[in-house]
Design a protein around this ligand. Sequence first.
Ligand SMILES: Nc1ncnc2c1ncn2[C@@H]1O[C@H](COP(=O)(O)OP(=O)(O)O)[C@@H](O)[C@H]1O
Ligand SMILES: [Mg+2]
Length: 281
Amino acid sequence: MFALLYDVIRWEEKAIAQAAEKKGVKFSLVDSRQMSLKVGKGQKSAIKEKVVLQRCVSHYRNIYSTAALENLGHTMINSFQTAWMSSDKLFGSIALAKAGVPTPKTRLAFSEEGVLKALGELGYPAVIKPVVGSWGRMSAKLKDEDFARAILEDREYMHPSYQIYYLQEYVKRPPRDIRTFVIGGKTVAAIYRTSAGDWRTNTARGGKAEPCKITKEIDDISLKAAKAVQGRFVGVDLMESPDGLLCHEVNNTTEFKNSVPATGIDIPGLVVDYISAMERR
Ligand SMILES: Nc1ncnc2c1ncn2[C@@H]1O[C@H](COP(=O)(O)OP(=O)(O)O)[C@@H](O)[C@H]1O
Ligand SMILES: [Mg+2]
């Protein structure tokens, strides 16, 4: 028994619901937009199931509802700890580095001066990413100092979160990256995402999903990265650098629409199995 918490029903949520129905696992669909959550000690939750699978697309709704539901005693997939560490690129990088997971060289700055100093150390090209965001949105490849200044000028007119400058070395990788899926401490599937021209390989930007063999190196780094953020069900992004695999982020509430047909792995079914096994423990 579990609750599937959503705001928008995507392919993924439908697939999880269908998998649960097929396996005879009871679940309820909970629309986060209709919820009123109690805050405080010893309060009773309106959701009767103990396990809640968090599937909200909205970043803030996802994190805040996770915090409130966990406080009401629910077991969240993923926990609040995982949600905050993997929904912000800086917090994620810190968690990966602390756990000894190889990750690209990263810098943080708060002004043009700080950014140019960091870029001087990282070298060009380098990458700038918003700390909160996905699908490659607003990430830019900085070719040189002029380009960096132009991007920063735009950011000065945006929400203050866009003035938290997260900078990274540009990893010399093939025109693809690797996305793996870790469920309950197992690497269950992996795809290559090959770019369709854009330097970002996100499938949301037209990156093509192709099957990828889970080698020992891929398995090891994926498990270590998932563990670094205490992820129960996460998507791990990897790049093939000349010095071996690097993990650049761990994704909470991950999408898998393109990975299921590319790998033939029943990711929604495995998520449901994981929840069932969790409840038996
Ligand atoms: N440091 C980097 N060097 C080279 N390519 C990168 C780097 N960081 C990100 N990318 C490319 O951009 C894509 C999006 O970056 P990512 O950090 O995963 O952010 P998002 O949350 O938007 O997916 C990656 O999948 C990869 O193809
Ligand atoms: Mg990514």
